[in-house]
Design a protein around this ligand. Structure first.
Ligand SMILES: [Zn+2]
Length: 217
């Protein structure tokens, strides 16, 4: 009798745990400040935010051969991206950085512009709130290919090359299709995030998001 009761209690606890895990977290609810902003594996999303005064200490300009203007990323990212873009070129593909480091202030204006023009729901779908953008880390790059339109990067041959090779240089496709409920962002074929070769290779091979990769670690 006693054992049976314990078994029932354990069963109830199990159900409660499963339900808890399945509960969908509301984006931008219970947000926490980021403690490791300088790490290559920093997680910036709709639950984790960077301080408004955070600027990476080692920003460097990408060689203008590989960018559409003066574009800044962290030193390690610059070297990796220039190598990636150079090797893509050797293979006959053009990969150009369009948007890289963005300050808190820049992101604030960008987000507020979308809210004003299209409403909050639209803004939250296509843009990050200030502090919640990966572009503030200096680790993210939006790219364009030979069609010179980042919005249509998926249609370019450069996209096919990136899909196969980005991880070899430490980059991941940060917002894949079908993972919107995890990343909080719609599919963005143009947005790449530097995480280093080791993490990028695992994420690529196991088809994970950065959220899933860090959760497993
Ligand atoms: Zn982006």
């Amino acid at each position: 009798m006693y054992k049976k009761k314990i078994r029932i209690i354990l069963f109830i606890l199990l159900i409660l745990t499963i339900n808890h895990d399945n509960q969908k977290r509301e984006f931008y609810q219970n947000i926490t400040p980021i403690k490791n902003p300088n790490s290559n594996l920093v997680l910036v999303n709709k639950f984790h935010y960077l301080p408004s005064n955070y600027i990476p200490y080692d920003l460097e300009k990408i060689d203008v051969k590989y960018a559409n203007d003066h574009k800044y990323v962290r030193k390690e990212v610059k070297n990796a991206f220039e190598q990636l873009s150079h090797e893509a070129k050797q293979d006959g593909y053009q990969i150009i950085a369009v948007s890289t480091f963005r300050s808190y202030r820049y992101q604030k204006n960008l987000y507020q512009y979308y809210v004003k023009e299209k409403g909050k729901k639209y803004a939250d779908n296509c843009s990050a709130r200030p502090g919640h953008s990966e572009h503030q880390t200096g680790l993210s790059i939006d790219v364009m290919g030979e069609n010179m339109d980042y919005d249509r990067f998926e249609d370019s041959n450069a996209f096919t090359w990136m899909k196969r090779h980005a991880h070899e240089y430490g980059f991941i496709l940060r917002y894949p299709s079908g993972k919107e409920h995890i990343t909080g962002f719609k599919y963005e074929p143009w947005h790449y995030r530097y995480v280093g070769k080791e993490a990028a290779t695992t994420i690529y091979e196991k088809q994970l998001t950065l959220e899933e990769y860090l959760h497993k670690k």
